[in-house]
Design a protein around this ligand. Structure first.
Ligand code: PMT
Length: 388
């Protein structure tokens, strides 16, 4: 793969050095272009040493343009990776500016061959201007990876804005759009089962696993519908998002979309029981023993599995004991194609997960890593079964 790595001027530029190294290690031919601001953080010499190739930094340097100018590089590149993509660089790309070597080269490459890895302070990331600029680049066909959530360079700041780790960017570079046009449905997050207007039964699902599955499918070209319970996660760009509260809402929403999809992945942590009645007013304390009557919610996945014709079904099993055996039971009882077994202590709310994926055809895979990496591994397993 011929990769043009375009480095913007943010503190995460130091990670672009590792990215260049890993891309070379993965067998790619790598050429680099640095903005003026990037050169305040890292030097062209570093990238030259890592790639063994001259680095483009200056549109007006006669020797650079003679060796392989910005148009020659644009013609050569199969993919352009912009990492880190700063707010300034994203805005220049949206406007079609060509006022340095990086933007001039990128302007000559179709946006559908760009992979943009944003990195900036979380408040800058949240700004409507950045979101709108990136949205327009996506509309033009650019792929976006990240940003990751975590601690910013300014230690007291936490949020979305970190550059995605270099190994994940490499994986995204090498990955093909193997789900192009495939309609898929992903569910994520917890459900809330109301007791009264201010109280509910729920669980600690953050939605991260399901959102990662939606994001990964989108990056592989799928048409994604994400049905999500209450989470604090930002919307996933270019994914149809349907918000629900309770298990019954989720059942209805799944029912509305099921006829149009080829794959359903149920990562939502669905309540198995709900209070038998929702009190119209806040329930008051009473003397003596207080008893809560619960009734079962519909088992959505089992309902889909029991249909004569249904999409490929992927369930999750959140277990506290006998993880694999319990998941295997759910695989056959709910008539699923795949089930992802996770020990809840490794899963809820975390950035990473450790799972065993079991297939009805006997396949078995142990996976661990970031939720986005796991999501891709799960889609790999789905993809091979869709083909069959
Ligand atoms: O959201 P995160 O913080 O990232 O955490 C991820 C996760 C732990 C929530 C996720 O990885 C996970 O395990 N999700 C499934 C949780 C769950 O409901 O497991 P279960 O074993 O109770 O259910 C088995 C399967 O049946 C699940 O796919 C579930 O979506 C589905 N189900 C469950 C109950 C129900 N009434 N209807 C269902 O369809």
């Amino acid at each position: 793969m011929r990769v043009l790595l375009c480095v913007g001027g943010g503190i995460a530029a130091y990670k672009a050095c590792e990215l260049a190294r890993l891309l070379v290690k993965a067998g790619s031919q790598v050429r680099c272009a640095l903005t003026r601001a990037a050169q305040k953080f890292v030097t062209p010499l570093t990238f030259q040493a890592l790639t063994g190739q001259p680095v483009l930094t200056d549109l007006f340097a006669a020797e650079q343009e003679l060796a392989a100018g910005h148009i020659a590089l644009a013609d050569w590149a199969e993919i352009a990776v912009v990492a880190p993509a700063t707010a300034n660089l994203i805005s220049r790309l949206r406007m079609g500016r060509a006022n340095d070597a990086v933007t001039a080269a990128l302007l000559a490459i179709p946006p559908r061959r760009w992979l943009i890895a944003p990195a900036m302070n979380e408040k800058m990331w949240a700004s409507p201007a950045v979101q709108e600029n990136l949205g327009i680049l996506c509309d033009r066909g650019a792929r976006v990876i990240g940003p990751a959530v975590g601690e910013m360079a300014e230690r007291s700041h936490v949020g979305p804005g970190r550059l995605v780790e270099p190994p994940e960017i490499v994986a995204a570079v090498l990955r093909r759009r193997d789900l192009e046009g495939v309609p898929v449905l992903v569910t994520a997050g917890p459900t809330r089962e109301a007791l009264d207007p201010v109280r509910f039964l729920s669980n600690p699902s953050s939605g991260k696993m399901g959102y990662a599955l939606a994001e990964a499918a989108r990056d592989r070209g799928a048409n994604v519908t994400l049905i999500a319970g209450p989470t604090s996660l930002p919307d996933v760009r270019d994914v149809r998002l349907v918000h629900i509260e309770s298990a019954e809402d989720l059942a209805r929403a799944v029912d509305e979309h099921i006829a149009q999809v080829r794959v359903v992945v149920m990562a939502a942590a669905v309540a198995d029981q709900r209070p038998a009645r929702k009190a119209a007013q806040k329930v008051k304390k009473t003397e003596g023993k207080e008893v809560l009557e619960l009734v079962r919610t519909p088992d959505i996945l089992a309902g889909l599995g029991a249909r004569k014709v249904h999409p490929l079904l992927v369930g999750f099993a959140a277990e506290t004991q006998d993880v694999e055996q319990n998941a295997r039971d759910k695989l056959s009882r709910k008539q699923l194609d795949l089930i992802v077994a996770n020990d809840v202590k490794d899963a809820f709310g975390k950035e990473t997960n450790r799972v065993v994926v079991l297939a009805k055809d006997g396949g078995r895979a142990e996976l661990s890593g970031t939720k986005i990496a796991l999501a891709h591994a799960i889609w790999d397993m789905v993809r091979s079964r869709l083909r069959a």
